[in-house]
Design a binder for this molecule. Structure first.
Ligand code: NOJ
Length: 535
C-alpha cells in the first residue's frame, strides 16, 4: 500500500476510534478493545491503515480516560492486556496499525506517583509534579488558569502547597524538568511498542514543559465572570505555561525510541501560530506529525481555510495529520451548517475538505462516524457527562458530549453500540445514518469515503513529490505536484481554474460524477468542491 522506501505512514490514512463510544461487547454500556477488534472488518473495508484509539488505561474517568492512573495496563471497562494483544494481532493480519493515545502532560490524582507525592512531601515522587508555596496573598502562586475553568492550581492542605494542573484538579501536571519523569515515559513507550503498538498520539504535547520560574502569563483582554472557561483561557497569552522551547527535546528522545520500532509519533499541538506548531516536526527529529487543532474547530469560512492550509503547507508539506473532526469539538458537519445551509450541504463541504486532505503529505485522520456524514448526536440532558459541561452547567454548550455519542452501527437498540445502557444516552440515529444502512445503499456517503481512501492509495503522485501550494483568489487553493494537481474551490460559486500544462485526468471529484475524465487547459470546479487531477 505504501512505498517501502518511505515510512509506513507516508500515504496512509488514519481513523480515530473513540473507544468509549465505538462498540461495547460486554453490555456494560462502555466501548471496549474487543469492540474495535470485532469491527476490524469494517475498518478494513473502509481501507484505513491505522487506528488511533483514545486512552484505554486504568482511569477514574473524570476526563474520560485522560486522567490516567496506570500507564501500563488496560482499564477493566475497556478490556485486558490480552484483548490489546488480540487486537494488535488481528489488525496486523489485516495490515492495520494500532496507535495508542498517551497522556504525558498530567496523570490522574489517583496515580501511585501522585499519591506518593502527597503522602511524602520529602520523598522522590514529590518532584514528579509541580508544587509551589502560595503567592504573597496566600492564593495560587501565579495567574495561570485551567482549560476547564478556575485557577490552574489546587491547594493541598497537608503540605500547605499548591500543585499545578492545566486541566481538572484531578489531573495534576507532571514536572518534565525532572529527568525521572522522562525516564518513566521512555519505559511506558517501550511497554506499548513491545506489545505491538505502531505509534502514539500524544496528548497536550505542547504543554509538558513549563516555564522554570512559573511566570505569570500576560493577560490580553479583560475578563469578567460571565465568560466561559474557554474564553477565560483564551484571554491570556500562554507564554509561560504552553509551548516552551525545551518541550521539543522531550520528543527528540521519543523519536529515537520510536525509530527502533518503526513507529509514528503524532502530537496534539495546540499552538495556533503555524511557525510555532511546525517546530515540532520540521527537523524530522522530534514528532513525525502533528494534529493542527485549528482544523478541528474551524467553522466554514472559506478564506480562513485557504489561509490555514496554505500557511501550514508553506512550512511543512508532510508534518500534519489533517483532521476535520475529533472527540473534543463539534463535528465538522455540525460546524459547517450556517446561514440556512442544510446538513447535506455541510456534508458536501466536509467531504470537499477531506478530499483535499488526501492530497496533502501527512496522514489524514477520519473520526469515527465521519464517513457516515454524521452531525453531533443529541444527548439526553440527564446524561451530560463531559466535565466541561457537567461542572459548568451555564456553559453546557461548550461540552464535548455531542461529538462523542455512540457509533451507529445499525437500526437495532442503541444503534447496535451496546446491549446495555450506553454511558452517554442520546437520540437514536436514523437507519440512513448507520453503517448497515449506508452499506446497503450504493449511493450513500460511506461508499464515497471508501472510494476516496482507495483513490489516495492507488495514486501515490497525490502525496509524494515536491508540493507547491497556491492560493487562487481568496477562497480556492491548489496543491501542485509533478504528477498531480488538487484544486479546492471552497467558494459558493463555480470557478474556472488553469490547470498546469499538459494532459490530465480528473481522477476524483468530491461532487461525484463519473471518474477518469481527461482534462487540460482550464477546469470548471463547482462550488465547495475539490477535484483531484493526476497523470
Ligand atoms: C486533549 C484531549 O483530546 C482532551 O479530550 C482532554 O480533555 C485534554 N487533552 C486533557 O487531557
Amino acid at each position: 500500500m505504501t512505498d517501502s522506501a518511505q515510512p509506513w505512514w507516508t500515504g496512509a490514512v488514519g481513523y480515530q476510534a473513540y473507544i468509549r463510544s465505538f462498540a461495547d461487547t460486554t453490555g456494560s454500556g462502555v466501548g471496549d478493545l474487543r469492540g474495535i477488534h470485532d469491527h476490524l472488518d469494517h475498518l478494513e473495508w473502509l481501507g484505513v491503515d491505522a487506528v488511533w484509539i483514545n486512552p484505554f488505561n486504568p482511569s477514574p474517568g473524570h476526563d474520560h480516560g485522560y486522567d490516567v492512573s496506570n500507564y501500563v495496563d488496560v482499564d477493566p471497562q475497556h478490556g485486558t492486556l490480552a484483548d490489546f494483544d488480540d487486537l494488535v494481532a488481528e489488525a496486523t493480519r489485516r495490515d492495520i496499525r494500532i496507535i495508542v493515545d498517551t497522556v504525558p502532560n498530567h496523570t490522574s490524582n489517583e496515580h501511585a506517583w501522585f499519591e506518593a507525592a502527597v503522602a511524602d512531601p520529602t520523598g522522590p515522587f514529590r518532584d514528579y509534579y509541580i508544587w509551589r508555596d502560595p503567592g504573597p496573598d496566600g492564593g495560587p502562586p501565579n495567574n495561570w488558569v485551567s482549560h476547564f475553568g478556575g485557577p490552574a492550581w489546587t491547594f493541598e492542605p497537608e503540605s500547605g502547597q499548591y500543585y499545578c494542573h492545566l486541566f481538572l484538579p484531578e489531573q495534576p501536571d507532571l514536572n518534565w524538568r525532572n529527568p525521572a519523569v522522562a525516564d518513566e515515559f521512555e519505559s511506558i513507550l517501550r511497554f506499548w511498542f513491545e506489545r505491538g503498538a505502531s505509534g502514539f498520539r500524544i496528548d497536550v504535547a505542547h504543554g509538558c514543559v513549563k516555564d522554570p520560574e512559573l511566570r505569570d502569563n500576560p493577560q490580553i483582554r479583560p475578563i469578567d465572570e460571565s465568560m466561559s472557561p474557554r474564553a477565560i483561557f483564551d484571554s491570556y497569552d500562554h507564554l509561560h505555561d504552553l509551548d516552551q522551547d525545551d518541550n521539543v527535546h522531550i520528543f527528540r528522545r521519543w523519536n529515537t525510541v520510536a525509530a527502533e520500532y518503526d513507529a509514528v509519533l503524532i502530537g496534539e499541538i495546540g499552538a495556533d501560530r503555524v511557525e510555532r506548531a511546525s517546530r515540532y516536526v520540521t527537523n524530522g527529529d522530534a514528532l513525525h506529525q502533528l494534529f493542527f487543532l485549528r482544523s478541528t474547530w474551524a467553522e466554514w469560512v472559506p478564506s480562513d481555510w485557504v489561509e490555514a492550509i496554505t500557511s501550514m503547507q508553506t512550512i511543512t508539506t508532510t508534518g500534519v495529520s489533517w483532521a476535520l473532526s475529533c472527540h473534543d469539538r463539534p463535528r465538522a458537519v455540525t460546524r459547517f451548517v450556517n446561514d440556512g445551509v442544510d446538513t447535506a450541504r455541510a456534508q458536501k463541504r466536509s467531504f470537499s475538505l477531506t478530499t483535499l486532505f488526501m492530497a496533502l503529505g501527512g496522514m489524514p485522520f477520519l473520526y469515527q462516524g465521519e464517513a457516515l456524514g454524521l452531525s453531533d448526536g443529541i444527548v439526553d440532558p440527564s446524561s451530560i457527562s463531559d466535565p466541561l459541561a457537567a461542572r459548568h452547567p451555564e456553559w453546557a454548550d461548550e461540552g464535548r458530549d455531542g461529538c462523542r455519542t455512540p457509533m451507529p452501527w445499525d437500526g437495532s437498540a442503541n444503534n447496535g453500540f451496546s446491549t446495555g445502557t450506553p454511558w452517554l444516552r442520546s437520540e437514536p440515529r436514523t437507519g440512513a445514518e448507520t453503517v448497515a444502512g449506508q452499506l446497503a445503499d450504493p449511493e450513500a456517503l460511506i461508499h464515497r469515503y471508501r472510494d476516496l481512501v482507495a483513490f489516495r492509495h492507488g495514486s501515490p503522485q497525490l502525496w509524494s513529490g515536491e508540493a507547491a501550494t497556491v492560493a487562487i483568489g481568496g477562497e480556492a487553493l491548489a496543491i501542485e505536484r509533478p504528477n498531480s494537481f488538487a484544486v479546492s474551490n471552497l467558494g459558493s460559486e463555480a470557478a474556472t481554474v488553469d490547470l498546469p500544462d499538459g494532459d490530465w485526468i480528473l481522477g476524483f471529484s468530491s461532487c461525484g460524477g463519473s471518474a477518469i475524465q481527461p482534462a487540460s487547459g482550464t477546469a470548471r470546479v463547482g462550488a465547495e468542491t475539490t477535484h483531484l487531477y493526476i497523470r
